[in-house]
Each structure stands twice: as structure tokens, then as C-alpha cells.
Write a protein that binds this ligand. Structure first.
Ligand code: NAP
Length: 303
């Protein structure tokens, strides 16, 4: 039987409506409009798209979006000056530096400089530390979105064996931490795998829930999945695919695919996220929620 779809797009839309209502209530109560500063350095085409999506989502939710576009020759010092200015600006509640930064810029130095109270991506060591201690200030957007998706589809994580493939600081590691936490959307028994994991397929096959965050197109195949498992695909990979068009001519098109071989895995899994329309829309949504929460906290502290 074919798996049911975990519809990230629809879930994201629902959460965005909730956020929009909360923002308008917050603005009515405080007179403050939550504001997100987005810093983009260089002209990476994918980053330009991500940043535009974030800007649009912010505005639709009733928040202010402040864009800072810097050229690729920007120095670490100049970027630090901008971050310090945004840290001090009381009208800015969230700061996001779009990654990757151009070569030559010290990424860690920049991210560590963001005021942890405004660190809506939750990359600052202070926020990572708070998360690992089970008392998070902000939850990292992609894992947070995945956790919300599971909760909203009533997919039980308590006591379940979860295998996360990938140990990046942005997705894999914080995903493991979130699922390990006590309470709703947590209490799982978590294994985090990576490129040095022995017998990866055997480990994945034990999982009730698989989260694939590898960055390799269609890496997770049907034979790696336990029948009935829940499969969450974080991957976003562009592949070239040959198709025959309506005139019978062969042509090569670019296609977005995940880290999971969707067509085959959906025949084994019970639930699965599609790509696109799965995890992606939730990431931006949780960024909005983190920005609203940052504004709530900063405004309450100032009173
Ligand atoms: P990343 O920093 O490149 O990390 C990839 C991880 O996968 C690493 O831990 C790596 O292991 C592991 N890995 C690579 N090859 C492997 C293999 N053969 N077997 C087992 N593990 C392997 O990537 P990321 O930032 O976490 O992103 C992962 C994917 O998610 C990408 O496609 C990215 O575009 C996508 N993504 C999507 C969203 C969204 O909103 N949908 C957000 C973020 C990322 P090592 O540590 O040993 O090298």
C-alpha cells in the first residue's frame, strides 16, 4: 500500500495563518511590529531565492522585513560592523545571516556575534547549549518544522526508534536533540548516522521514523526502510532528468528531488514527506515564529 503524504505545504500554511493572527494581536497590544533583518552577502542564486521567500513570508505574516544585500567582496570586519549595528537596534528583533557566506568570510565569527536574543536561526553556541540542556530559547527552524509536522499528524515519537541520517549543525544534530527531549514530539530513542556509520542500511532499517538530511539525491532506497516506517526527507537536490516532451522529443530538464527515492520508498513507508512540498515550507514558517517570539521577549524585557 502506498504511504500517506505528510503535507508540509498545507501544514506550513496553517501555521502561518496562526502566526499572522498572533502578530496582529501582538501589534495591537504593544504597538511594535516584529522585524527580521536578513543579511545576504554575494550573489549565490539559491540564496537569493531563499532570501526572497523569507522576505515575502515575513510581509505576509504582518512582520517587517529588513534586507541587507552586500557584495561578495565584503570583508568579515565590515559584516561584523553591520551585525553589531543590528544587535543594538531596538527596532530589530531577529537577525538572520544567509548561509553559505562567500569564501574568505569567517562564518563562525559572524554567527557568534549575533545577539543570542535575536538569533532566530538558533545557531549561536548559547542557543545550541540551551537546546542541548532541554531549555531552548529558539528551536532551529528545519528540525522545529519537522517536529511540528509530526505532532500535527499525530505521529507518535515517544518510545520510537528514530534514525537521523546526517549530523550537520543546521539539521542532523539539532534534529536528534529535539527528538530526544522530554515531552510532546520528543521522548524518542535517537540514533544519528553520518558518512562514517558502519552498516548504515541496517541501522536505518531498524527505525520507526527516518529523517534523511544528507544532501545526496535519492540516497535512501526502499530496501533500507522498515515496512510501515515514517520517512521525512529534508534533502533538496537538483538533478538533470531526460524526458520525452509532448512532441515526442527528448530533452533534459532540471528537477528538485530529496535524499529519499520517493517513488520506491512510498510503497514501503506508512507516511512520507514529498520534495518539494514537504519540509521546505516549514523551515521558513518556523523562522517567522522565532521572530515573533524574539519580539515578544525583547519587548517584555524592555518594559
Ligand atoms: P551537510 O551539512 O552537507 O551535512 C550532510 C550530512 O550528511 C553530514 O553529516 C554527512 O556526514 C552526511 N552524509 C553525507 N554522505 C553520507 C553518506 N554516504 N552516508 C551517511 N551520511 C552521509 O548538509 P545539511 O545542511 O544538513 O543539509 C542536508 C540536505 O538537506 C541538503 O540537501 C540541504 O539542501 C537540505 N536542507 C533542506 C532544508 C529545508 O528547509 N528543506 C534545510 C536545510 C537543509 P559527515 O558529517 O560524516 O560528513
Amino acid at each position: 500500500m502506498s504511504a500517506q503524504i505528510l503535507d508540509g505545504k498545507a501544514t506550513a500554511e496553517k501555521i502561518r495563518e496562526e502566526i499572522k493572527d498572533d502578530v496582529s494581536r501582538f501589534v495591537a497590544q504593544t504597538g511594535v511590529q516584529p522585524a527580521l533583518a536578513v543579511v545576504l552577502v554575494g550573489d549565490n542564486p539559491a540564496s537569493q531565492v531563499y532570501v526572497r521567500n523569507k522576505e515575502t513570508a515575513c510581509v505576509k505574516a504582518g512582520m517587517k522585513s529588513l534586507m541587507f544585500r552586500l557584495n561578495a567582496e565584503t570583508t568579515s570586519d565590515a559584516l561584523c560592523d553591520l551585525i553589531e549595528k543590528l544587535n543594538k537596534d531596538d527596532s530589530v528583533h531577529g537577525i538572520l545571516v544567509q548561509l553559505p557566506l562567500p569564501k574568505g568570510i569567517d562564518e563562525k565569527r559572524i554567527l557568534d556575534l549575533i545577539d543570542p536574543q535575536k538569533d532566530v536561526d538558533a545557531f549561536h553556541p548559547e542557543n545550541v547549549g540551551l537546546l542541548s540542556q532541554g531549555r531552548p530559547r529558539f528551536l532551529p527552524c528545519t528540525p522545529y518544522g519537522i517536529q511540528q509536522l509530526l505532532i500535527r499528524y499525530n505521529i507518535e515519537t515517544k518510545g520510537k526508534r528514530v534514525v537521523v541520517i546526517g549530523r550537520s549543525d543546521i539539521v542532523g544534530k539539532p534534529m536528534g536533540l529535539l527528538l530526544l527531549q522530554k515531552g510532546l514530539g520528543g521522548d524518542a530513542t535517537v540514533t544519528v548516522c553520518h558518512s562514517r556509520t558502519d552498516n548504515l542500511a541496517d541501522v536505518v532499517k531498524e527505525a520507526d521514523i527516518v529523517v534523511a538530511a544528507i544532501g545526496k539525491a535519492q540516497f535512501v532506497t526502499a530496501d533500507m526502510i522498515k515496512p510501515g516506517a515514517v520517512v521525512v526527507d529534508v534533502g533538496m537536490n537538483r538533478i538533470q532528468k531526460e524526458i520525452v516532451d509532448e512532441n515526442g522529443e527528448r530533452k533534459t530538464v532540471s528537477k528538485l528531488v530529496g535524499d529519499v527515492d520517493f517513488d520506491a520508498v512510498k510503497e514501503v513507508a506508512s507516511w512520507i514527506t514529498p520534495v518539494p512540498g514537504g519540509v521546505g515550507p516549514l523551515t521558513v514558517t518556523m523562522l517567522l515564529l522565532n521572530t515573533l517570539n524574539a519580539a515578544r521577549r525583547l519587548v517584555a524585557d524592555a518594559q
